[in-house]
Write a protein that binds this ligand. Structure first.
Ligand SMILES: [Cu+2]
Length: 739
């Protein structure tokens, strides 16, 4: 006989890179067990074999041990032509610095017993029939400590999937998912069946909830409604931004995939109330909302179903919400992407970073869009990646696209000719991941998938096949451009996952799941329940293990631009950095809320003082977490303070806005009247099938047959017989449009 074709990959931590299924295990933070999977093709073409459950095992030992310990492997899952087995190596009692070795024995009844060892040169798996050889070339990993890799807390259950997450001025976290329970349809209007052949399930309702990081308590908020005060507004797929007073503006929401609400609503964290505000020009599903220096909010993009054409339409008219009203802004002249990544530069100009070619928007007057032919992402369309304003005018764009890239770029928007510049690549390709600014100015990247696939497949959009979701976190240091691998979360946080910085310097990682498979086909169903995550975990970055946290004993509750203010702390001379981080508001891999200012600070007479940012362009008015970071790099617990617009500037902004509105009203062409999206009910049915995405009504921007973004076919064991969508994904269309 011959050797079998088994391979292996560690489940936690996990292997490197695309070829990683055969890579060695990464140094691991203290965990109770390291799980190792073995895969084997057992049917179909290629090299099938009959891998047996009984007799396969992982053998491990510490380098200092004489004997190997055997852990039997047990059946895990079967996907397509492959079977997977797993075994857990108990490492909970191993001290930091311990090096663990392991190899695998795979039993067959149609091949020779096969051992898996590490190739000496590239550390990939290789097979051998000689157990002594395997013992001489084992895989290895090292137990490390949280001051190097950080530490994930235990998972805890949320009231719903954390698909949208916001840190409130109270320090509580507001979240919501897609539907209140899995018995509901994934859509609100029209409701869809849960499985082929069934009648439509009850329409999705979606009740936001608030989580208290201090004690884990959760409470539902009231149900947001439309302006009629009674009809539920499902805020899934909305865009959101904090207002200067700490309320959260939420624009758009979910009727069905690609079909957005035209409603906007405001959450008041002090009163725990939702209050509908103005309706928009049309529906917005996957819009971005961005806080502007004026204190108003730019809302743009998002899609809706146009009943007259029965097609998905990109909402081409940006609007600015100010004091209860929406004012239109000039259209970009090309289709937006969904959830466009937007940032405000120190000039007050807004930049769009997520298309292949960049654009800028001057929101003054009617609004002026400028294409930036020199701002071209060298990696092509990198959709579903975070764009992070990691300092004033400085943006990090990491990963994204299909196949997902490891590449990361930065751009300095203060330059006369800004251009993307490569920083170091991440250790893993990622898509559907999150990027979170930490108090020391580093950027934490969590989750995402390294997998990709042919357009229209599940893998192309959100590859959750074993070994593809990335669990290891990475930290980017803007000073060096280096990425450091951190502890692994051991939960798939891919499509619909979120991460937010909490006031205590930890990061909440939540969500994932609640998408539709085979959308627009008779096989349309919800994703496999195991891929929907009602849980969350808190990550403590390494800086929290480098010594006690400095404490802010006093700080003002609010500051004006340019104010110098006192920060009470026990050892002011030990403070290296003072930073302000705007409160997070995140969904779909983009945190449009977060941004950071490093404040000038000084110690005189034993008192630490800091100077607030000079103006609203570099620090739009609103609530920020004030952190002090000591010489060891340890951040304090933040005090959440409000940065005001100076009264004079506010008045000026108000006058300017009125002038803008007057100018726009005088010169704007006739615009489509706002529609009540619910009124489309009668004409729009199961619209994903047979619709096409278009950019407005511009024929030149016509997009192919597929509604945008939300759902993709997904190959998995239970569903692999389902027919694949032949429709092309939004990304491909965008690439065609913008390159
Ligand atoms: Cu979504």
């Amino acid at each position: 006989m011959a050797l079998g074709n088994a391979w292996h990959f560690p489940g936690n931590p996990e292997p490197f890179g695309n070829a990683g299924m055969r890579d060695p295990v990464f140094p691991t933070d203290p965990v109770s067990a390291v799980t190792v999977f073995s895969g084997n093709q057992y049917q179909g073409g290629g090299n099938p074999g009959n891998q047996l459950q009984d007799g396969s095992a992982v053998l491990f030992k510490r380098t200092t041990d004489a004997a190997w310990t055997t852990v039997p492997m047990v059946f895990a899952t079967a996907i397509d032509d492959n079977k997977y087995y797993s075994a857990a190596i108990p490492v909970g009692a191993f001290a930091a610095g311990t090096v663990v070795q392991y190899y695998l024995v795979i039993a067959y009844d149609d091949h020779d017993t096969t051992f898996l060892q590490a190739d000496a040169t590239d550390m990939l798996s290789e097979t051998t029939g000689d157990e002594a050889a395997a013992q001489a070339a084992p895989f290895t990993f090292t137990i490390e400590t949280p001051d190097k890799r950080g530490q994930w807390g235990d998972p805890f259950t949320l009231l719903n999937v954390g698909i949208h997450a916001h840190v409130l001025p109270t320090g509580l976290v507001l979240m919501w998912g897609r539907r209140d329970n899995p018995q509901q349809s994934l859509d609100t209007d029209p409701a869809s069946p849960l499985a082929p052949g069934l009648p439509p399930a009850p329409p999705a309702t979606c009740t936001p909830f608030v989580w208290n990081p201090a004690n884990g308590n959760m409470t539902q908020t009231p149900q947001p409604t439309l302006n009629d005060g009674t009809t539920n507004a499902n805020l899934f797929c909305s865009g959101h931004a904090f207002l200067p007073d700490g309320r959260l503006l939420v624009a758009g929401g979910h009727l069905a995939d690609s079909h957005g609400l035209n409603q906007a609503t405001i959450y008041d964290p002090a009163a725990d109330t939702w209050t509908p505000t103005a309706v928009m020009n049309d529906g917005r599903w996957y819009p971005t909302a961005l806080a502007l220096p004026s204190g108003s909010v730019l809302v743009l993009s998002g899609s809706f179903l146009d009943p007259t054409q029965n097609q998905v339409v990109n909402n081409l008219i940006p609007q600015i919400w100010n004091d209860g009203n929406f004012t239109p802004v000039a259209s970009m002249g090309a289709a937006f992407d969904l959830f466009p990544r937007m940032h405000v530069a120190s000039t007050g100009i807004v930049y769009l970073t997520s298309l292949v070619q960049g654009w800028s928007l001057d929101t003054s007057g009617e609004g002026t869009w400028t294409p930036l032919p020199d701002v071209v992402n060298p990696n092509g369309l990198c959709d579903y990646a975070p764009s992070v304003l990691y300092d004033v005018d400085k943006v990090l764009f990491a990963g994204g696209g299909n196949p997902p890239t490891v590449n990361a770029e930065t751009i300095d928007l203060s330059q006369a000719q800004p251009a993307w510049v490569a920083t170091n690549p991440m250790n893993f390709p990622r898509r559907q991941h999150n990027g979170t600014i930490l108090p020391d100015g580093t950027v934490l990247v969590t989750g995402g998938t390294r997998g990709g696939g042919a357009p229209g497949t599940a893998e192309a959009f959100n590859d959750l096949d074993p070994g593809q979701p990335v669990h290891i976190a990475e930290l980017w240091d803007p000073k060096t451009g280096q990425w450091t691998m951190l502890a692994a979360e051991n939960t798939d946080r891919c499509y619909h996952s979120t991460a937010v910085l909490l006031p205590d310097g930890t990061v909440l990682s939540a969500g994932g799941g609640e998408f539709i498979l085979n959308e627009g086909t008779p096989q349309q169903v919800a994703n496999n329940p195991q891929d929907t995550h009602y849980d969350a975990k808190v990550f403590s970055p390494p800086y929290l293990f480098k010594g006690p946290q400095p404490q802010i004993t006093s700080a003002p509750g609010s500051v004006n631009y340019g104010d110098t203010f006192e920060i009470g702390t026990a050892a002011p001379a030990q403070i290296a950095t003072v930073s302000l981080i705007r409160l997070s508001s995140v969904t779909h891999s983009f945190n449009a809320g977060q941004r950071i200012n490093f404040l000038t600070s000084q110690v005189a007479g034993g008192t630490l003082t800091a100077t607030a940012p000079p103006n609203a362009n570099v620090c739009p008015p609103g609530h920020y977490m004030l952190f002090i970071v000591n010489l060891q790099g340890v951040p304090s617990v933040a005090k959440i303070i409000q940065v005001f617009a100076p009264a004079a500037a506010a008045a000026q902004a108000g006058e300017a806005a009125q002038a803008e509105a007057a100018a726009v009203n005088a010169s704007a062409p006739a615009r489509q009247a706002a529609k009540d999206a619910f009124a489309l009910r009668a004409t729009v049915r199961a619209a994903a099938s047979g619709t096409r995405v278009v950019a407005g009504t511009r024929e030149s921007a016509r997009m192919a047959s597929r509604p945008a973004g939300e759902a993709r076919t997904r190959r998995c064991a239970a569903l692999r017989e389902c027919s694949m969508s032949t429709q092309s994904p939004m990304g491909t269309d965008q690439q065609r449009l913008f390159t």
